[in-house]
Design a protein around this ligand. Sequence first.
Ligand code: ZN
Length: 242
Amino acid sequence: MTSLFDLIASSSHAVVFTGAGISTLSGIRDFRGKNGIYNDLDADKIFSLDYFLTDPSFYYKHAAHFIYNLDDKQPNIVHNQIFRLEKAGLFKRVITQNIDLLHQKTGSRNVLELHGSPQTHTCLDCGMKYAFADIVPIAGKGKVPKCEKCGGVVKPDIVFFGEQLDQATIDAALFEAGRADLIVVLGSSLVVQPAASVPLETLRRGGKLAIVNDGPTPLDDRAAFRLSDLKSTFVALRDQMP
Ligand code: ZN
C-alpha cells in the first residue's frame, strides 16, 4: 500500500476532514468513543438546546472540564502535521467536526467548523457576542455567564442538538469536498450528519477517499486508503515529509 503522504503528495487538490478522534491524543475525550464523554454524561442533555433553555447550568457545570479548560490543551502530532501540509499547499482546506479550537492553535486558517465553535458566544436575549476569553473566567468555574448588557443567558456558538447547522458552512464544506480529488478523513466515524455527506461528495465527483480512524465507518468499502492508528500513521508521515 502506498503511504498517506504519497497519496496526498500525488493529489492535485486534497482536503482534510477531522473528527474527535484526532484530539484524544491531546487528552481531550471524544464523545462516542469507548472512553467518551457520553459514557458518563447524557448526550441528550449536555448539548440539547431544549435542555439548555430550561437549565443552562447543566451545560456550564459539565463543560467547565472539557470546553473551558482548553487553554491547557495543546495540538498533537496530527494537528501539527495537518498545518504543515496546509502550509506546503498540500491540504487546501481543513473541515472539522471538532469544537476544541486545536487546529486554530497550530496556525491553521480558514477552518470550516461544521459544528460551530466556542470561539464566540451569543446572548440569547439581545444577540450580543462574547469572545471565548471573556467567557472562560466565569464558565471555567462552572457558572452560567450572563450578558453584560441585558442580563440574558449567554450560549456558546456550538451547534446544539435541536439547532440547525450553519447552512453556509455546510455549503462551503460540500463545495470544497466536491472539487477535491482526495479527501482525508481523520478520527471520525462518519456517523453524525452531515459528516458522511462531505466525503460522499468527493466520491460522487470521482475523487478518492482516505480514512484513518480506529473504528469502522460506513464508507470503509469505498476508501482507497484505510488505516486505524492515527499516531503511527502521522509519525510515518512526519518522517516522510521533506
Ligand atoms: Zn444580552
